[in-house]
Design a protein around this ligand. Structure first.
Ligand SMILES: [Zn+2]
Length: 358
């Protein structure tokens, strides 16, 4: 495997049959391999953590396998073994650099150097860009040139949350393969089986994951599930704090995991989880106020607490608060400064309830 990212996350390929909840995409990919109707470029679309990268790897495994078994790579032939060992010469993964600055033009130039030669093992070269929306403008334009005239036996797979974040000229040259958020039930079962989680906790984590297995795994690890209560309590106090106190709080929150090992990506992931939890909490209160019941609550274990605080908010205040969080999530994805983003959000959340605070 060639990867332009020195962090090199371990990505031992899985088989299609090990991937949950993406049957439609997988059936499609198996069919094009079986029918030899392979396009030069595919766009895997959908939110993070639902199996796009895993599926791309299973595809790379199968298409280069010398002896496929039941529509999957055999994991035994020389190609499969190289892929499992992470040293297949025809698998190239382009990821943002360590500091999450994006995918730069030098990384795209490296692809072009590979394209000048046929695949080393005389089958298919798979180039995965993950996530494609992280390409800088310069990189995206250089990439477009590679897509315009791809040499045969090269297949591009671009992972993207939303095709609207890519150049239209790139999107139009790719065949779209949509990935759907996973059913809650599938995530519950996975958490019980793979993480030995009890059913009640698995159901809460699965509902909070918004259909993303990756998010569910993060929520179930490292005390993040416990942090949820802390984050929600903090949120209820925001409206009583002065602006100065909120700015201090933003500083504290943006410095998650101050150890030197903690990089920007981990901090941003934590902030994304916190924003997701805040969103779930406001949604729960909103639902309770509109429907007068708690049956569909995401944070179902905190129903008493919710009843106690729901009187503090009007429906309008909750809608404004959700809009503040939506903007913060958007800014975070755009790689904006975490401290400024949190300062603005906390002040915005306070303003959202001001005037309608009972
Ligand atoms: Zn094989």
């Amino acid at each position: 495997m060639n990867t332009t990212n020195t962090t090199n996350i371990s990505m031992s390929p899985k088989l299609f049959k090990e991937i949950i909840g993406q049957d439609k995409a997988i059936t499609f990919l198996k069919r094009i391999i079986a029918g030899d109707t392979i396009a030069p470029a595919y766009l895997f679309t959908g939110i993070q953590g639902i199996g796009k990268t895993t599926t791309a790897m299973a595809f790379a495994l199968l298409i280069n396998c010398m002896d496929p078994v039941d529509g999957d790579g055999c994991k035994r032939c020389s190609s499969c073994k190289k892929m499992i060992d992470g040293n297949h010469p025809d698998l190239i993964i382009i990821e943002p650099d360590k500091n999450k600055k994006g995918i730069g033009i030098n990384q795209i130039r490296e692809i072009n150097r590979h394209l000048a030669f046929s695949p080393a093992l005389e089958r298919y070269r798979i180039i995965i860009v993950d996530p494609a929306e992280k390409m800088t403008d310069e990189a995206a334009n250089a990439f477009l040139k590679a897509l315009e005239e791809p040499p045969p036996h090269n297949i591009f797979i671009l992972n993207v949350r939303d095709p609207g974040e890519l150049l239209l000229t790139i999107v139009s040259r790719c065949q779209k393969v949509p990935f759907k958020p996973l059913p809650i039930e599938a995530i519950v079962n996975w958490l019980i089986k793979e993480e030995n989680m009890d059913k009640e906790k698995a159901e809460i984590v699965a509902k909070l994951s918004e259909g993303s297995l990756g998010r569910a795994i993060k929520l179930s690890k490292d005390g993040l599930f416990t942090n949820r209560v802390h984050w929600i309590t903090m949120l209820n106090n925001v409206i009583n704090k002065s602006s100065d106190m909120l700015i201090d709080l933003a500083r504290e929150l943006s410095g998650f995991g101050k150890s030197s090992a903690a990089n920007k990506e981990i901090k941003d992931d934590n902030i994304a989880l916190m924003l997701g939890i805040w969103k779930s909490w406001y949604r729960d209160i909103l639902f309770f106020k509109l429907e007068g019941q708690i049956g569909l609550m995401l944070n179902s274990d905190l129903s008493n607490h919710l009843k106690n605080v729901s009187a503090l908010y009007t429906v309008e205040a909750l809608m404004r608060s959700l809009a503040v969080i939506a903007r913060a999530e958007h800014d975070l994805m755009d790689n904006r400064n975490a401290l400024l983003l949190l300062e603005r959000s906390l002040l915005g959340l306070k303003r959202a309830v001001k005037g309608s605070y009972v």
